[in-house]
Design a protein around this ligand. Structure first.
Ligand code: ZN
Ligand code: ZN
Length: 407
């Protein structure tokens, strides 16, 4: 559960949303299992969902390719070694390149059309300095962008200053290499070409007539280059599948060769189809060794500082996913882990460096005195305080797939 961990909230009588939520199924699993708390990177260090999932899946910080490549993979783009991928925001700027709205109003139903116009524009101009550019729409104002061509680098700065009413930031090389200088030139050139090709487009005339912000710029950030990492199967000799409605987690899975199960109702929002998700997960277990179910909206409720929404959503998760686990799993040969990628306390409205609860349940596990899934209750469990890099070891050990170290 993304961003599950939280802090005591006054309006919940000093309990966290997870502690305040009625979760009989998770509590039953806690009673049968072993609990603990987990630091995803190290104590006190907040972390993004993308790298957090890589770490939980047993990879290291060095395996992180940057946000851009994961976003591009998440929207289904193919990446080749040497490609530079970035995240982009459709935005509204004035003719002096000052940002009026860095998200162009967020609601952009014409985004797909706009992306087609831009892709055609770059293709017809034969690329920029021999570099091909391809965009793809993700959600709302978000796009992914892939640069392909000789002599390019991901060591470039963002053009998105993350504020309105300031100029579009110039893309600068972050090292002295000719590759970084060239890539920065390509991005700056591209930014101008995008403005020129969109400023008088009929789509923008229609948006203007409706009082909506113009869409005439793409602000970039998170440049990265794909690197070759061993797939999940090569690394751990187990097959895995994932059910998620979230683009970045889909990207992480594609990066690691983890099969993302089709599940149309999975939206990554509070309205996600939890029944379809648990059903898809349980089906996947017939074909793979490890099934992963990712639920996003616990994190979004934290970002929005909505503790009651987080609590109610957790009750929903318990009654559908928790119930599905308790009653739909063959516990003779299955082990389940319930945890989070980081804490997103409502009070912070962002990720924090607090540890997350972790619960492992399965046949013959040494269970402890913990009777409920919660930040404080789990801290008193048998697992103690673990680090995310131990998690895959513990899972493989449970599955009897862990290789012996030494003779
Ligand atoms: Zn997250
Ligand atoms: Zn988050």
């Amino acid at each position: 559960m993304d961003g599950l961990g939280d802090k005591p909230i006054l309006d919940l009588d000093g309990r966290t949303p997870l502690e305040a939520a009625r979760t009989p199924h998770f509590d039953e699993l806690a009673t049968r299992g072993a609990c603990g708390i987990m630091d995803v990177v190290e104590p006190g260090m907040p972390v993004g969902s993308d790298i957090a999932h890589l770490l939980i899946f047993g990879y290291t910080r060095e395996d992180y390719p940057g946000r851009g490549p994961l976003e591009a993979l998440g929207v289904g783009m193919e990446l080749q070694p040497g490609d530079v991928a970035l995240r982009g925001n459709l935005a509204n700027i004035d003719q002096g390149m000052n940002i009026i709205d860095r998200r162009a109003g967020r609601r952009i139903p014409e985004a797909g059309e706009i992306i087609t116009i831009l892709n055609n524009m770059v293709e017809e101009s034969g690329g920029i300095e021999g570099v091909k550019v391809e965009f793809r729409h993700s959600t709302e104002q978000r796009v992914a962008c892939v640069l392909r061509g000789p002599g390019i680098s991901h060591c470039i700065s963002d053009t998105n200053p993350n504020r309105d009413y300031v100029p579009v930031a110039e893309c600068k090389p972050l090292d002295d290499s000719p590759e970084a200088r060239k890539t920065a030139r390509v991005i700056n050139n591209l930014t101008k070409k995008i403005y020129e090709s969109l400023k008088d487009n009929p789509i923008n005339k229609q948006r203007k007539a409706k009082g909506q912000p113009q869409v005439n710029c793409i602000l970039t950030h998170g440049a990265g280059m794909i690197q070759s990492v061993p797939s999940f199967q090569e690394k751990f000799h187990v097959r895995a599948a994932c059910v998620t409605g979230n683009g970045v987690i889909r990207g992480v899975c594609r990066y690691l060769g983890i099969n993302v199960m089709p599940c149309p109702g999975a939206t990554g929002t509070i309205n996600t189809d939890l029944e379809a998700k648990i059903e898809t997960l349980l089906q996947s277990l017939q074909k793979v060794d490890i099934g992963i179910l990712h639920i996003k909206a616990t994190d979004s409720s934290g970002h929005d500082n909505k503790p009651f929404q987080k609590k109610e959503f957790l009750e929903n998760i318990d009654s559908i996913v928790g119930h599905g686990l308790v009653s739909g799993v063959d516990w003779e040969d299955t082990c389940a882990v319930i945890t989070a990628d980081h804490s997103t306390p409502c009070e912070n409205a962002d990720h924090s460096g607090d540890p997350v609860p972790v619960l492992i349940v399965g046949k013959n596990i040494i269970h402890d005195e913990v009777r409920s899934l919660g930040e404080r209750s789990c801290a008193g469990g048998y697992l103690g305080r673990i680090s995310s890099h131990s998690l895959m070891n513990m899972i493989l050990n449970r599955l009897g797939r862990q290789k012996k170290f030494g003779a």
